[in-house]
Design a protein around this ligand. Structure first.
Ligand code: ZN
Length: 52
């Protein structure tokens, strides 16, 4: 498993709780903790546009 955003490999399997699972075009994707913090606002923005 690798981070969708930065490509970092997960340190464990399953990834630590700081990693967030998501689905993109039907594919399971992961985002690492650092990218979650860095991109939380843009992710929320995408969710907003997708939902509304
Ligand atoms: Zn990352």
């Amino acid at each position: 498993m690798v981070c969708l955003t930065c490509g970092a490999a997960a340190p464990s399997d399953p990834p630590p709780l700081t990693w967030s699972a998501g689905t993109e075009r039907g594919r399971r994707v992961w985002t690492c903790g650092a990218c979650m913090r860095a991109n939380i606002r843009s992710i929320e923005g995408k969710l907003d546009s997708a939902w509304w």
